[in-house]
Design a protein around this ligand. Structure first.
Ligand code: ADP
Length: 466
């Protein structure tokens, strides 16, 4: 028996060693990734289509200052739920006087219906929510309720309050919206509902997160989402954006939505990444996202384990059938396995059994944890290098003293929030790249659910009444 266990462990070693090598992120590689991120950002700012990174203009030129006052609404559509929120703002002293929110799940059939049906449903939900407005909320007479609309699908923004839907993603297949202004779609639906509200800001969720965090802290310059997918945005100087072609922003600054998930230069990819990409609905696209975000980390680990099961009989004679199902192993599962500190890795064993139908001995469990750690370490460190790339670009091109003063990077998303090892690897990479002195000035901090309030704040900052 001991012999069998030992030989299983030894025979797996070459695969594990290869995985370590192929996905290693030593400092020079991280440097290259940060430099390439900065270069791609510049190329995307120079001309439309100049780089993998779209570097989308958000038309958000004025960030919340803290002085905002009054009643504002936010509407967030980004997946299978939509959220509505209202906030009563009381300026510098009183800040957020009251908030209320509600969440409505979108019936499956509406994801495959017509544009009118979907927007009518949303407008009806909003109308119902607006009716329940309590006496903590006050609207000045003669004004309309204003909305910040967070819409997390690819949009070609044309002004702060309009944008054309490029395509639906995340399982939505609604007819008649692509090519249309989504704000107009919502306005028309609100009219049909007899709801007298106005969208004053259309925002991407990353931009909402930056605005929400900036409200509390003037040093916030960058926002990063690490959830199912990933994206980042930052404050750029208008004069560092050649493709703006003279369109000026009143503040001289504007937020750029990088769409950094499309980055791909110099990433340490393995055969498992290539196979997962080839089998995906968007092969060749979103390679950074596929390496660092929550939708994919568990799936990469699963593919490694399948190979180890086949080549090295990691889990015995045959490959368990369940383990062969794409995406059965999710990122929360690998996260839970990594939290197991028991000697016999009991939790690892039961997760493997419950989720993937796998029976494992201790040495197999140790290997599984090592695989999880390897993939998560790569993801966290590359995300950290991406953040340094953005900061580097700001420091080099924008004459902004980024590294010489306190600069805050606001983080949100379920992956960042829930995965302690990922967070630690990300921070370690940032510290390694910047050195201990400079990295003291770079504060990477979680900004929970700032994006909803952020959208309402952007509605306030762009109100037609101020
Ligand atoms: P979304 O990105 O889908 O809008 P979230 O920001 O809440 O929503 O992120 C959800 C993602 O976060 C999940 O798809 C998963 O990858 C990751 N996640 C959620 N919970 C955990 C967890 N406990 N451990 C690790 N990752 C998690």
């Amino acid at each position: 028996f001991r012999m069998a266990v030992r030989s299983a462990a030894v025979s797996v070693t070459p695969l594990l060693t290869k995985l370590h090598n192929d996905s290693a992120t030593p400092l020079p590689l991280l440097r290259h990734v940060a430099d390439a991120m900065a270069a791609d950002m510049r190329a995307g700012l120079a001309v439309e289509g100049g780089s993998d990174l779209k570097m989308i203009l958000s038309y958000v030129d004025s960030l919340p200052s803290g002085n905002e006052e009054g009643l504002f609404y936010a509407l967030d559509l980004g997946g299978t739920n939509f959220r509505v929120l209202r906030v009563q703002l009381g300026g510098k002293q009183e800040r957020v006087i009251a908030t209320e929110f509600d969440q409505v799940s979108i019936p499956k059939e509406l994801m495959f219906g017509t544009s009118e049906q979907l927007f009518d449903f949303i407008a009806a939900g909003l109308a119902k929510f607006a009716q329940k407005e309590g006496n903590k909320f006050h609207l000045p007479t003669g004004t309309k309720r204003e909305i910040g609309f967070t819409f997390s699908f690819p949009v070609k923004q044309t002004s702060i309050d309009s944008g054309i839907l490029i395509k639906w993603t995340k399982g939505f297949s609604v007819s008649g919206t692509a090519g249309k202004d989504v704000v107009a779609c919502l306005n028309e639906a609100m009219e049909r509902q007899g709801l007298d509200m106005r969208v004053s800001a259309l925002v991407n969720d990353t931009v909402g997160t930056l605005a929400g965090a900036r409200y509390w802290d003037d040093d916030v310059m960058v926002a990063v989402i690490l959830g199912t997918g990933t994206n980042a945005c930052y404050v750029e100087r208008a004069d560092a954006i050649p493709k703006l072609q003279g369109q000026v922003s009143s503040s001289g600054k504007t937020i750029i939505n990088t769409e950094w998930g499309a980055f791909s230069d110099g990433l340490p990819l393995t055969e498992f990444d290539r196979e997962m990409d080839a089998a995906s609905i968007n092969p060749g696209e979103q390679i950074f996202e596929k390496t660092i975000s929550g939708m994919y980390l568990g799936e990469i680990v699963r593919r490694v384990l399948v190979k180890m099961a086949e080549a090295d009989a990691l889990f015995g004679e045959s490959v368990p059938e369940k383990l062969s199902t794409p995406f059965v192993l999710r990122t929360p599962d690998i996260c839970a396995m990594q939290q197991d500190i028991s000697d016999d890795l009991q939790d690892v064993g039961s997760i493997l059994y419950n989720v993937a139908g796998v029976e494992s001995n201790l040495s197999a469990r140790k290997i599984v944890v090592d695989v999880c750690d390897t993939i998560v370490k790569r993801g966290g460190r590359l995300a950290g290098a991406g953040i340094v790339g953005i900061l580097q670009k700001m420091e080099e091109d924008s004459k902004d003293l980024i590294f010489g003063k306190r600069t805050v990077v606001a983080m949100d998303g379920g992956l960042y929030e829930n995965y302690p090892q990922y967070r630690r690897y990300l921070q370690e990479a940032v510290t390694e790249l910047l050195g201990t002195e400079i990295s003291k000035n770079v504060v990477i901090e979680h900004s929970k659910d700032g994006s909803g309030i952020g959208a309402a704040l952007l509605a306030a900052a762009n109100s037609q009444y101020t």
